[in-house]
Design a protein. Structure first.
Length: 368
């Protein structure tokens, strides 16, 4: 059997491991930031109708430009953020990861670099390497917020082609101030000009307004979103961006032909018809997230302020040992490698009760 190390793999990929999280068969799985609520039956029926209609023409290629879907996404953004977005400002792909990949294929690549402020979403760096883009790790403060002055200096010194800002940030849950994004954008234009990508995968869960209005008058600013989290559609794999129409034109230079299947487009359109119901689930999850924060603080743990559907908590002398102990109590959370800390996704009230009971039990065991 040939091992990967014997293949002529690119140097920057050697020694790397694929992105992934354990999918273990345990009673409570709170490790992948999924929405715990199944899609409502009326939406399931509407998806079946939409897909049935699409199936009648599966012998033909889908709408290459996803015009109807992009129009619906633009309407959703306009309605939920109060900022007017047109179809020409929206692009969709197979999950926000493909959006990120297309952006890096377009604006990154060999001889160019991207910077992110870590700990943050690890796929930014992984996709950068996969597209031949150099990766730089920028600074954060001890409370996991971005040190604006230090970040501006890093951009000025390193002159990256792409700047990633994750708000709310994964895995910490921290939101980024509007003024920080503006400062980073100005620094990137002075050093580049460079593209600034604001990743709002968890934007619907935030206490704060979307950063989407910042794209007005800023052609090198992009906001990315996903239907995996707030829409409870992780299995759909639908992500999208909003930006200046020129950005949408540019990413189409690298998109694969007919990249969004007719079935994907039909399913996403059905989901967008039920946004009020789905955002009702988001409101429940925000309440549960805030309850997790209160309960964990009451247990004497450190909790990072969260604007997402998950909570980072600690500190533990051995975070992985605590992760294992929680697993032995039937609860799977995420060990992201942030020293002394773990991350838990907000689940249903019953799942969160089980998690909190497990934390109480593990805390007692370790303090005996």
């Amino acid at each position: 059997m040939t091992g990967i190390e014997q293949l002529p793999v690119r140097d920057e990929l050697r020694g790397k491991t694929p992105y992934g999280a354990p999918q273990l068969d345990v009673p409570v799985r709170l490790n992948t930031n999924e929405n715990p609520y199944p899609l409502p039956e009326e939406l399931v029926q509407r998806i079946a109708e939409r897909v049935s209609e699409a199936a009648r023409t599966l012998n033909r290629y889908p709408d290459r430009d996803a015009v109807e879907l992009r129009s619906a996404l633009a309407s959703y953004l306009t309605r939920t953020t109060g900022f007017e977005v047109s179809r020409d400002q929206v692009w969709a792909a197979n999950g926000s990861n493909e959006i990120i990949q297309q952006l890096l294929q377009t604006f990154g690549g060999p001889g160019r670099t991207a910077i992110g402020f870590e700990p943050s979403y690890s796929m930014h760096g992984l996709i950068a390497r996969g597209t031949g883009t150099g990766w730089l790790s920028g600074p954060r403060r001890a409370d996991f917020t971005i040190d604006t002055e230090a970040a501006v200096r890093a951009i000025a010194q390193q002159r990256p082609s792409v700047v990633f800002v994750c708000s709310p940030n994964n895995p910490t849950g921290t939101a980024v101030e509007r003024e920080t994004v503006l400062a980073l954008y100005e620094a990137a234009q002075a050093a580049g000009p460079s593209m600034v990508m604001v990743d709002e995968a968890y934007g619907e869960f935030s206490h704060r307004p979307s950063l989407l209005p910042l794209i007005e008058g800023r052609p090198n600013l992009v906001v990315t979103r996903t239907m995996s989290k707030a829409f409870g559609a992780a299995g759909l794999r639908l992500g999208y961006l909003a930006a200046d129409p020129a950005v949408v034109d540019a990413v189409q230079l690298v998109r694969l032909p007919y990249h969004l299947s007719a079935v994907t487009q039909a399913t996403a359109l059905a989901a967008l018809e039920h946004t009020d119901t789905l955002l009702g689930y988001v409101a429940r999850l925000k309440d549960e997230r805030d309850r997790l924060v209160r309960e964990l603080l009451a247990l004497g743990l450190e909790v990072t302020e969260s604007d997402a559907n998950f909570v980072q908590f600690g500190r533990f002398d051995d975070a992985h040992a605590t992760w294992q102990a929680l697993l032995e109590h039937g609860v799977l959370v995420r060990d992201n490698g942030v020293p002394g800390r773990l991350r838990v996704t907000a689940g249903t009230p019953e799942e969160n009760d089980a998690f909190l009971d497990a934390v109480r039990a593990v805390t007692k065991e370790t303090t005996r």
